[in-house]
Each structure stands twice: as structure tokens, then as C-alpha cells.
Design a protein around this ligand. Sequence first.
Ligand code: ACO
Length: 320
Amino acid sequence: MRIIGTGSQLPKKLVTNDQLAHFIDTSDEWIRERTGIEQRHVMTNETLEDLAIAAAKNAMDDAGVLSTQLDYIICSNMVNEYVVPSMASIVGGHIGSQCPAYDLNAACTGFLYALDMADVLLKAGRAEYILIISAEEPSRIVDWNDRSTCVLFGDGAAAVVVTKGNSLRSIKVSSKSDKSVLYYRRPLEPTPFIIRDKNTGPLCMNGKEVFKSAVSSSLRDMQYVLDKAEITKDDVTYYVLHQANLRIIDFIRSHFEAKQEQIPINVNKYGNTSSASIPLLLDELNRDGKLRKGDILVLSAFGAGFTSAACVIEWNKSAN
Ligand code: ACO
């Protein structure tokens, strides 16, 4: 597998920490110190499909691939307006593609799960070009009165186009079921056959437990993929990490004794955009001309599930 194009799109509305402090008991200082977040984009009158379509088009333009050339569309998504049809299918309709399209939910780890699926499809000879989109609107599932969760998240969409190649040097995806530390229960239509408690949404999170799992799974997964790729931390150009909390990122940085410039961040600008965070960061690096052929990238993410994943990519966007 090889990434040949990237794209992204953010909602227009930008909300600073100070703006949040107008309606919840928090402060810019607390949020910056505990998370590194300064602002986030949130959806207002856009829909998530608008963002997903724009991100997809940007990635296809960057790759020079037409919608009619796509063999699969995979969209990682936790929540959006529609349960059915899938977001991937909605985007496919808008961009004029008729290939198979499906959504995948591995929470914040979704982009790496999608890369893994795409790699399998390419290796099996089932596809030449695959569009992967990560489109997320956590602003729809958090309680905007709960200062311990709502300050952390932001909305956004990002996409990549992948084709056959040898860029993916190693990958590990995992899942350990624990629905107690981070969950959102969907409201469902009433049925005459079930007496159900009304205990649905909003997003519930035990921040400290998530923090601990995030650090331990990231270190474990990253070491595993380095070993599998038969490289060491000295070979790594960039660590492209899930942007959830600067303190988690710093923990990983110090463990791998990485330099600040090896760890690009955008959590300060966008907050935690769930599975969109890694492809958003990749798109920024790509568009800023920071990625060179042969660069070694270690991607790592964690999320509700509890899911986690990491991979090593040798950047080779234009093959030659
Ligand atoms: N502003 C001000 N005070 C706050 C805020 C806030 N926004 N949020 C919590 N506090 C208060 C708490 O009420 C608590 O007060 P108390 O001591 O009087 O009880 C105090 O600050 C400390 O709260 P803690 O929860 O102990 O703070 P902690 O240092 O653990 O930081 C945080 C909380 C930022 C959530 C941290 O635990 C974290 O980042 N965890 C990881 C979360 C994460 O990555 N989630 C994404 C998962 S990915 C996915 O799949 C969705």
C-alpha cells in the first residue's frame, strides 16, 4: 500500500477556550495546561457529509485519481446524522463513484483500521485505488455542559487515496473490549417489546483511565511496529500521533527520546478530532512540503473500544 494523495476540510466556526469559558466553568489556562488545546473547529450549519466530500475531493485532486477509478471507499466515523446509508456511500454518490463503500467504526483509531483494510484489499488484488475518509463530529455526542469532555474535542474530516505499493512497512491493530471507560449510548426509537431505561448519551469518559491505556497501548504498539519493520527509533523521521492530548504526546516523545521537530502537532488548533486527527496531520505535513521520499513515519492512535493501532510508513507519494 502507498498513500498518493491527502486532503482535509474543517468546519468554518472556530471556538477558543475563552469562548467556552463563557458558558462552562473552565479557563483557557486549565485547558492549555492539561491538554495543549487552544481552540477547535465545530460544526454549525455545515453537515459532516459536506466536510467529508470536500476532504475526499482534495485527496483525489492531490492523487490525480478520478472518482470513476476508485475501487472502494472506506469511511471511518463514530457518529453522524445518518445511521444508514453509510457516510462512505453518501460521499460516493456525491463524487460520482459507484464502487463498494462502507463505514468502519474503531473510534479514534479508525483511520489506521481503514489503512489496514485497504492494505488487505490491495494485496488481495481486489483494488487499484481506494479512498479512505475519516469524518468526525464529536461535537454532536458530547454534553456541552460537561467541562471534563466538551473542551477536548473538535470536528473535521480528512482523506487519503491509496494504491498498490510497498510503503506500509508494518502495522498492528488491536482491540480490548471495555465499554466502561469511554462510551456513548445511542438513543433508539421506542419499541412495544422492550422496556428500556432512558440512559443514552452523552459521551461518558473516565479521562484518567483513558490516559493510562492510551500511553501504554501507544508505547507497546509503536515498539512492535518498529521491530516488525526491522528499524529503530533512530530511523524515524516523524511520529504522526493521534492528537488527543499534548501530555500523552509528550509522554510518547520522551519515551522514544524524539526531538520536538519529529513530533508534528495540531491538537492546539483542532482539539481531538477522533479518527480524523492523523489524516488531518498527514495532510498538513504533505501540503506544507514537509514529507520527502523515503521519510519514515510512525503513526499511532488509540480510542474507545478500547482500540489502538500503529504502523510504519515509508513515504513514497510519487513512486519515482
Ligand atoms: N476546566 C476546569 N477544570 C476542569 C475541567 C475543565 N475543562 N475539566 C475537569 N476539571 C476539573 C475536575 O473537575 C477536577 O476537579 P476536582 O479536583 O475539584 O475534582 C480537576 O479539574 C482535575 O480533573 P482530572 O480529571 O483529574 O484532570 P486530569 O489531569 O486527569 O485531566 C483530562 C483530564 C484532560 C481529560 C485527561 O485525563 C485526559 O486527557 N485523558 C485522556 C482523554 C482522551 O484522550 N480522550 C480521547 C479518547 S479518544 C476517543 O476514542 C474518543
